[in-house]
Design a protein around this ligand. Structure first.
Ligand SMILES: Cc1cc2nc3c(=O)[nH]c(=O)nc-3n(C[C@H](O)[C@H](O)[C@H](O)COP(=O)(O)OP(=O)(O)OC[C@H]3O[C@@H](n4cnc5c(N)ncnc54)[C@H](O)[C@@H]3O)c2cc1C
Ligand code: FES
Length: 262
């Protein structure tokens, strides 16, 4: 795996407030929650009162004083938004925030996705679907073709299908129990798409490590370039502490998006 070509941090310009270099590397900035929206029974999107210069796949560190600071992928940059699954103490505390409450943010950090070609296949598992919606919105603005495979255990765990359709994307859903879409894992749906005559130019993936590894194998076998967003335990977020080492790279700085496949 390598970092994708080019510097994905050179993103599009967005509206004020200005985000200085000092903000990126410096102290957390207090932001206000503007809106909270439920995505499914345990996943919620928080929109904050800021805009940042960022690309899809980059992450920010969210801090609740006295509790913890954790990394989250950007769902959107303008306005800044995060999609959070309630799985433990920190994410449940984020779910308790209401409009008007404050949360602290550092970032955006890391290397994100780089749109390559004009026909894109995006594959999301769990909350990994959120940064792909950010990417799909950028691709839709370019007028590119976007296909999305969204995978979950059950129909109740699926995320954002309508939001992708609103962008004009073709949506395929898979569930392990067959309660919606194709029964099986995302790889079940991805195989035929990679083998078809109109196979995508690039595959982009975000989700559990096992899913990413399987998709990279499929992409490599099909000769399709692949970009995957990997997770690791992160503390500093800026390449200093070494806690996010993965395959000889620091995922917070060299990733989290790494190139694989062809
Ligand atoms: C680069 C990066 C981007 C991330 N982006 C997002 C994001 O966009 N949205 C998001 O919700 N989280 C994201 N995370 C994960 C996030 O940082 C936290 O790890 C997560 O919110 C759990 O923290 P916690 O303190 O609430 O629970 P923890 O105490 O860390 O975990 C509680 C329990 O839940 C388990 N667990 C952790 N994650 C999951 C999961 N997804 N499903 C089921 N069980 C789980 C743990 O193994 C543990 O047993 C990202 C992580 C990284 C490194
Ligand atoms: S989180 Fe500290 S080096 Fe990556």
């Amino acid at each position: 795996m390598t970092a994708p070509g080019g510097d994905a941090r050179q993103g599009r310009a967005v509206a004020a407030p200005a985000w200085s270099a000092a903000d990126r590397a410096g102290l957390p900035r207090p932001l206000t929650v503007r809106a909270v929206a439920d995505e499914n029974h345990r996943t919620r999107t928080l929109t904050l009162d800021a805009a940042v210069d960022a690309v899809a796949g980059q992450f920010g560190m969210l801090w609740l004083p006295g509790l913890d600071e954790k990394p989250f992928s950007l769902r959107a940059a303008d306005p800044l938004a995060f999609t959070v699954a309630a799985v433990g103490p920190f994410s449940r505390a984020v779910h308790r925030l209401r409009p008007g409450d404050r949360i602290w943010f550092r970032g955006p950090f890391g290397r994100g996705f780089t749109l390559a070609g004009v026909d894109h296949l995006m594959v999301g598992g769990g909350y990994g679907t959120a940064p792909l919606h950010f990417l799909a919105a950028d691709a839709a603005r370019r007028g590119d073709r976007v296909r999305v495979v969204i995978g979950a255990r059950t129909s109740a765990d699926l995320l954002m299908a309508d939001a992708f359709r609103d962008l004009g994307a073709e949506v395929i859903q898979t569930t392990e129990d067959g309660s919606a879409g194709t029964r099986g894992r995302v790889t079940t749906a991805v195989g035929p798409l990679l083998a078809a005559a109109d196979r995508p130019d690039t595959l982009y993936a975000c989700g559990p490590h096992g899913m990413l590894a399987a998709l990279e194998d499929q992409a490599r076998a099909a000769g399709v370039p692949c970009q995957s967003a990997w997770e690791a335990y992160m503390r500093c977020g800026i390449g200093i502490c070494g806690s996010c080492e993965h395959g000889g790279m620091l995922l917070c700085a060299d990733g989290p998006v790494l190139a694989g496949g062809a």
